[in-house]
Design a binder for this molecule. Sequence first.
Ligand SMILES: *[C@@H]1O[C@H](CO)[C@@H](O)[C@H](O)[C@H]1NC(C)=O
Ligand SMILES: *[C@@H]1O[C@H](CO)[C@@H](O)[C@H](O)[C@H]1NC(C)=O
Ligand SMILES: *[C@@H]1O[C@H](CO)[C@@H](O)[C@H](O)[C@H]1NC(C)=O
Ligand SMILES: *[C@@H]1O[C@H](CO)[C@@H](O)[C@H](O)[C@H]1NC(C)=O
Ligand SMILES: *[C@@H]1O[C@H](CO)[C@@H](O)[C@H](O)[C@H]1NC(C)=O
Length: 506
Amino acid sequence: MNGKIALLILVTSAVVLAGWYYDGSRLLRADLRPVVIHDVAVLHPRPGPTTNLTKLSFLKGTARPTTMSQPTPEDSRQACQERTKIVFIKTHKTGGTSFIQILHRFGYLRNLSFVIPTRRNTGSMNGLYPKGLKKKSNYLPPQGGAFDILAYHTIYDRKAIADLFKKPENVAFVTLLREPLSQFRSSFNYYRLAKSFNIVSETPMASFLQNPVRYNPRLSLPSLTKSPMALDLGFPPTAVISATALSLRNHSEKYSSTIRDFARKISEEFDLVMLTEFFDESLVLFKRMMCWQLKDILYYKSNGYIYKQKEEVLNEKLRQSHKRWDVVDYPLYEKLNNTLRGKIKELGNDFLSEVDHFKMVNAKMHQYCLGNSNIGERDYLAIEKSTWNEMFVITPDFCTLAKLGIRCYMTLLRDRNLRVRNASHNTNFPTNNAYEPLTRIDNDKRYGEGFYTERYCQICEDIKRDCTLNEYLTHLFHERLIYPFDTSFYVSVHGGRGPVEKTLEE
Ligand SMILES: *[C@@H]1O[C@H](CO)[C@@H](O)[C@H](O)[C@H]1NC(C)=O
Ligand SMILES: *[C@@H]1O[C@H](CO)[C@@H](O)[C@H](O)[C@H]1NC(C)=O
Ligand SMILES: *[C@@H]1O[C@H](CO)[C@@H](O)[C@H](O)[C@H]1NC(C)=O
Ligand SMILES: *[C@@H]1O[C@H](CO)[C@@H](O)[C@H](O)[C@H]1NC(C)=O
Ligand SMILES: *[C@@H]1O[C@H](CO)[C@@H](O)[C@H](O)[C@H]1NC(C)=O
């Protein structure tokens, strides 16, 4: 059978099934806290399977590339094999959350092993920072024999990472840098530095830059204002302190070759250094390098990311002052800016067209997942085949996974890890595919509460803290721990479209 027809039948039957269970899910959508489905079902009898709300909109949602150019040769694409081993060194305040969301979704859907901090509090994303990889008790053992992805904050230490990954030569090393002044603005706002430095001024950034050493004399990690990106990438703190001191005395030439060597080292050791200013370009480069699909790099950026506060204007003198202060980050950024620009230029028009295409598809996904498009509530978004991608569909559960907060993902991944490892040495432990009717739970308890038990989760309280019920139920479907017939919730219809349920926090 033709693949497209098979997909159509699959999708259609999923939607028809979903029609049976619509009522409860509509209520769940409106109300993100657990609701009593038992009562709801009595009040609103389920519609029969003949409901006509199930038509697909393959035509409405189709996508065509805005510009066509030379197709990549079919055979070279076939030779390409998806790579799954990734080390992402997340630098502070550079916008890495969007990238982590991509890695999270990719690894989650493929059941890959992440390096997950043992610490379970809400700040556990920092559990490997600065040097947490050196101690085994800081992270959980891999669930599948070897690690696949390292994504959370840690200082770049190639040796420690090589010890962690069985075959480090197969691992793609990736990081993300941001134009230093823009990185500074982001840190300044995020860490509320005006307040912690006791700056009382209408223009706190300017006050700071007039005399940075007065406000931020010491160096701590993560560094607030002193060459933070270089420090995250392993430039020694003592060297940053000396370089900054010399720079303030206008003697930075003494350090310039050390700094240039460092920038060259980063450029050589990393397979890809992405730039926040060219995020979409960086992602397409990443996709090509990793042999991933267009769907894999789609990302959902919530409005919560956009900083609403008015930007403080900084004159040339203050910019120069920042350059002297943030003395390692500037040459680092400049070098990697040249490297990335060089790569993009080399790839030419086909690459730029692919970036345009990607932006357009991503915008469609956004619209669809926000629920703002004119595509019917129950319909899927179809993205047509193009030079760069096979045809694929975006379903509401994709939206759920694209919007899932970073903490929720981390907690679900941690839970999966504990579960898989526990199951392997406990034969009485419920495993995946162990479908059991849930009627007792549905009828006897508040809907939802029954899912926060050992049968479904290892760290149920954390999941309650970090994920909404919808997100959690979507997870249980993906884990094949609940079955559509057993609940009034259906993953493909429910949950994903509409406003983000929790802010995607960093
Ligand atoms: C459902 O079908 C009825 C009649 O068959 C039609 O009037 C109505 O517009 C349809 N609803 C949708 C959403 O297509
Ligand atoms: C995920 O991987 C682990 C370890 O390789 C395995 O035991 C488990 O069954 C997998 N889960 C699924 C849903 O494939
Ligand atoms: C360093 O150079 C800047 C101009 O680049 C100048 O304004 C400043 O006074 C100099 N500082 C010292 C200590 O020489
Ligand atoms: C990055 O590189 C481009 C071209 O090579 C240049 O025009 C731009 O000014 C550079 N940006 C920074 C912040 O250095
Ligand atoms: C495994 O399960 C047992 C009991 O079922 C529990 O006490 C233990 O903490 C679990 N271990 C992990 C790693 O979750």
